[in-house]
Design a binder for this molecule. Structure first.
Ligand SMILES: *[C@@H]1O[C@H](CO)[C@@H](O)[C@H](O)[C@H]1NC(C)=O
Ligand SMILES: *[C@@H]1O[C@H](CO)[C@@H](O)[C@H](O)[C@H]1NC(C)=O
Ligand SMILES: *[C@@H]1O[C@H](CO)[C@@H](O)[C@H](O)[C@H]1NC(C)=O
Ligand SMILES: *[C@@H]1O[C@H](CO)[C@@H](O)[C@H](O)[C@H]1NC(C)=O
Ligand SMILES: *[C@@H]1O[C@H](CO)[C@@H](O)[C@H](O)[C@H]1NC(C)=O
Ligand SMILES: *[C@@H]1O[C@H](CO)[C@@H](O)[C@H](O)[C@H]1NC(C)=O
Ligand SMILES: *[C@@H]1O[C@H](CO)[C@@H](O)[C@H](O)[C@H]1NC(C)=O
Ligand SMILES: *[C@@H]1O[C@H](CO)[C@@H](O)[C@H](O)[C@H]1NC(C)=O
Ligand SMILES: *[C@@H]1O[C@H](CO)[C@@H](O)[C@H](O)[C@H]1NC(C)=O
Ligand SMILES: *[C@@H]1O[C@H](CO)[C@@H](O)[C@H](O)[C@H]1NC(C)=O
Ligand SMILES: CC(=O)N[C@H]1CO[C@H](CO)[C@@H](O)[C@@H]1O
Length: 774
């Protein structure tokens, strides 16, 4: 969320919003906040034993090697009999290959692939026209208009012709089949629960419960349409009534039940209502329809019109130059809901909003993606923003026949899929900055839509094995003509070089859960909707199935001034998890980095690509590196440069810092490992694995030390206490002012006979792909 934009046109509202901790809601008489539930990011529990893979998602269907190859050579055949035979062949090959991932890792929720070469299935990512696919949409207006909707229902995401085609596609596609079953199971689980209870979570509002209502409506709606069983309509009605305040437990204050002060909540509930209205249109009674519509207009679209048109309310700040998730989510919710009731709505709200939201999203939401593909807020906020964008574009296409530029206005938006794939490490996301609230309906499934839209089949092949892929949207966004393996031919490294988030992703494999992975960033410290940290030079490191250098994630969103602004003096930068000392980078003079930093970067990669097999060992000269001049991020230092590179066929990592500083220098790295130090060497143990870390050519006095992950005693006191970081240790090199070349070598103990190398000392400015060959 951004507070910057508010400073100009919404000054007064900015003040309100800055202070919108629970007391804001209390002072307006809205609600007394209930106790906050435990947050997922703050309770890391140390697990000393390697965690076994426990979640089996599907039986592996092996033995495909040598079976019929899925042939596209017959797709050009003029004989329909041959075409049908080819389609049957592709289908049977797909069914035989089954679900690629055999399980989901229980600690990191990553897919586990079999160690195998499967020449029939692990082929180049392709949309194979010979395989069974979706029919063409019979609704194809020559001159689409947002106010001119298709004649039939449903309008949103999945028109009737797709529902009609789906059962046959499920029969011939193992992923659609798996997801269908999962969604039925999910619906049964939600069915057994009472309606989502109202819960006001301070300045996070009622967003969690809004997304849960949406999640349930999606699942209930899906199962209803697949069974025609009206139980699911009744159950949806119960959920809608509860969120209207017509249930037995109440839902917020009469005048603003959907919490328009935190408009994301209003938008997500509007989307939920829109989906319910549209997907069950034919079965609702006229009374139910009018009740759904009256509640939607009263608490959703009406406040939406106010947000856009009434300058004396602040609820529409997100429409004003906010290139981030708020703009995408809010415009999407209003759009889906408006499309759902367009024509039935006699108030004019729906048509008025459609005249505003589409244009606004094209000016703002789509530009949250930088020219290099990076989601400019943070890697985690990509989930919220890209879900909003994908739902909005998909709904407009299905309802009216056009995306009105949402896919193309930003010509680099297609790279948002690369951003997510490369941001995902061997264990988890390189999740710098804030991670956001619980995700619920915010998934990575925009990748499915983008795969087809931008002809990037690897996006969908990657996402279909992920734990969050059983989603009603994917039953329609997934193109079942997909064949191949996402990793086949995929480069191991990618550098993202836009000035705002210069960063790089490097790894030793896409399919080995024990792979080496390094993510490192520089970039500017302003312009991220106040979701970033002061973290130029920050890095994460995975190896041996665990994360050795990691992020602390969110502070408490309810802490005073946590989102106040991104100026140097902001209280946000007084919280440990947001300060420079809470990052894996260089700290100088025990002082935060300069928010006006404008680092530069350089990078190199051997362009190594993985082959078809999941078993992959890079060549010994395969490497990648990233360097940054981050001097501008520091006060009191004439020069600070950092570089990181993979060594020895991607088995080792060298982190090098060249520092000339007139204040004390501290090298810091946060780890969940247990740390044992011996001078310039440290042994880290975690999850039953070991990582040796050593300072090479140690400058005089350079040794490791360690501390708990908490603020230095010299720091200013923040407005509220920091969150504890239990189990996290900071590995430190502390040095007085001076000039240093600090080289830290990471040797994961692979126990596979690896012979470690000791790299030569090369100035960062002289780093090349071959500069460290022995
Ligand atoms: C979808 O899953 C449900 C529940 O397992 C099953 O009854 C149904 O037959 C499946 N649909 C198709 C088309 O296979
Ligand atoms: C849906 O069910 C699948 C497996 O059946 C599970 O992995 C997934 O977490 C469930 N999704 C939700 C949102 O509960
Ligand atoms: C549900 O009803 C629709 C419309 O009448 C029909 O096309 C479809 O086959 C039915 N589905 C099932 C599973 O009965
Ligand atoms: C909830 O109750 C109010 C007041 O009776 C009514 O106007 C509204 O239509 C109802 N909405 C739903 C979804 O039941
Ligand atoms: C604009 O908002 C103010 C404050 O909520 C309200 O009093 C006023 O009636 C609104 N104006 C219009 C035209 O809706
Ligand atoms: C510690 O582990 C948790 C859970 O996997 C992770 O979220 C966090 O980033 C890790 N912290 C560090 C400092 O590695
Ligand atoms: C930024 O926020 C701080 C509080 O964290 C406040 O004191 C300061 O005035 C704000 N600066 C601007 C420019 O809004
Ligand atoms: C890697 O690919 C890039 C982009 O195509 C190219 O500029 C570079 O020269 C390649 N490097 C090597 C070592 O092949
Ligand atoms: C460090 O920077 C200072 C100030 O620019 C400069 O005078 C000095 O020569 C530098 N030291 C080294 C070793 O480069
Ligand atoms: C770096 O390269 C420069 C010239 O390109 C050379 O003079 C210098 O000796 C090199 N330094 C190292 C440490 O290799
Ligand atoms: C160098 C470069 O391309 N900078 C761009 C980075 O992204 C921002 C935000 O999209 C652009 O404004 C810059 O021009």
């Amino acid at each position: 969320m951004s507070y910057d934009a508010l400073q100009s046109t919404h000054q007064q509202s900015h003040q309100v919003y800055q202070n919108d901790n629970p007391s804001f809601y209390q002072s307006t008489g809205y609600i007394t906040p209930a106790p906050k539930p435990a947050r997922r990011t703050s309770n890391w529990i140390k697990i000393g034993i390697p965690v076994a893979v426990i979640v089996i998602v599907a039986a592996v269907v092996g033995g495909v090697v040598g079976s019929r190859k899925s042939s596209s050579s017959s797709s050009g055949s003029t004989s329909s009999a041959n075409g049908a035979a080819a389609a049957a062949s592709v289908s049977s090959a797909k069914l035989a290959a089954g679900i690629f991932a055999t399980a989901t890792n229980s600690e990191y929720m990553i897919p586990i692939y079999p160690s195998a070469t499967n020449t029939a299935a692990y082929t180049t990512p392709t949309f194979n026209a010979a395989a069974a696919g979706w029919p063409a949409d019979p609704f194809a207006p020559a001159t689409p208009s947002v106010l001119s909707v298709r004649p039939d229902r449903p309008r949103l995401i999945a028109p009737a012709y797709k529902w009609a085609a789906l059962p046959a596609l499920i029969e011939s596609d193992p992923y659609l089949s798996l997801w269908n079953t999962s969604i039925f199971n999910n619906a049964s689980q939600y069915d057994a629960l009472p309606p989502v209870p109202y819960f006001m979570d301070g300045d996070s509002g009622i967003l969690d419960v809004a997304r849960q209502v949406k999640q349930r409506v999606k699942a209930f709606g899906y199962v209803y349409r697949m069974t025609n069983n009206t139980h699911w309509v009744d159950r949806t009605w119960e959920e809608l009534q509860n969120a209207a305040g017509n249930g037995t437990t109440g839902w917020g204050p009469d005048e603003d039940r959907w919490n328009s002060a935190h408009f994301l909540d209003t938008a997500e509930l509007s989307a939920a209502y829109g989906i319910a209205y549209d997907w069950m249109y034919d079965i609702w009674t006229p009374t139910q329809k009018s009740q759904i519509m009256s509640t939607l207009i009263l608490y959703g679209l009406g406040p939406g019109v106010q947000a856009y048109t009434n300058t004396s309310v602040f609820t529409g700040w997100w429409a004003n130059n906010i290139e981030g998730n708020w703009n995408c989510v809010c415009n999407n919710g209003l759009t889906m809901a408006s499309l759902a009731i367009l024509g039935d709505d006699t108030t004019g709200s729906a048509s008025q909003l459609l005249g505003l939201t589409v244009k606004n999203a094209n000016e703002n939401c789509v530009f949250a993606v930088s020219p290099d593909g990076t989601w400019s807020e943070t890697a985690d906020y990509w989930y919220f923003g890209s879900t909003g964008h994908a739902e909005m574009a998909s709904s407009l296409v299905s309802a009216t026949g056009s995306d009105y530029g949402l896919f193309t206005t930003n010509p680099d938006l297609w790279k948002a899929g690369l951003f997510h794939m490369y941001g995902q490490g061997a264990t988890s996301l390189f999740g710098w900055g804030d991670n956001g609230p619980n995700k619920y309906t915010a998934t990575a499934n925009s990748l499915m839509l983008y795969a087809t839209q931008y002809n990037q089949p690897q996006y969908a092949l990657f996402q279909r094995d992920q734990h969050d892929s059983a989603d009603p949207w994917n039953m329609f966004w997934y193109n079942p003509q997909l064949t191949g393996a996402f990793w086949d031919g995929l480069a191991l490294d990618l550098a993202f070089d836009n000035s705002t988030d210069q960063w790089m992703s490097m790894r030793s494999s896409w399919t080995d859960p024990n792979a080496l992975f390094v993510g490192i960033k520089a970039g500017t410290l302003q312009g991220h909707q106040t979701h970033n940290d002061l973290d130029v030079g920050d890095f994460v490191l995975d190896a041996l199935g665990t994360r050795w250098a990691g992020e602390l994630g969110d502070g408490d969103y309810l802490s005073p001034d946590y989102f106040s602004n991104d100026t140097q003096g902001s209280a946000r930068w007084m919280y440990y998890r947001k300060m420079t000392e809470g990052q894996n980078t260089i700290l100088i003079g025990a002082t935060n980095q300069d928010v006006t930093a404008h680092p530069t970067m350089n990078s190199g990669t051997s362009n190594t690509t993985q082959g078809a097999s999941t078993v992959f060992t890079p060549d010994s000269d395969s490497t990648a590196f990233f360097t940054t001049d981050m001097t501008s991020a520091y006060f009191n230092a004439p020069s600070v440069k950092r570089g990181i590179r993979l060594l020895n066929g991607r088995k080792q990592v060298l982190l090098q810092d060249e520092i000339n500083s007139s204040a004390a220098v501290m090298w810091r790295m946060h780890t969940n490992a247990t740390v044992t130090i011996s001078g310039a060497s440290a042994t880290l143990t975690l999850d039953g694995k070991t990582m040796d870390v050593s300072i090479l050519n140690a400058p005089d006095g350079a040794t490791f030390s360690q501390s708990e992950a908490q603020r230095l005693s010299t720091d200013v006191t923040p407005p509220a206490p920091d969150q504890p970081n239990p189990g996290v240790t900071v590995l430190i090199i502390s040095l007085p002012a001076g000039t240093y070349n600090l080289q830290v070598l990471f040797n994961p103990q692979w126990n596979d006979g690896t012979t470690f190398v000791t790299p030569p000392s090369v100035d960062l400015d002289n780093w090349t792909l071959r500069s460290h060959d022995s």
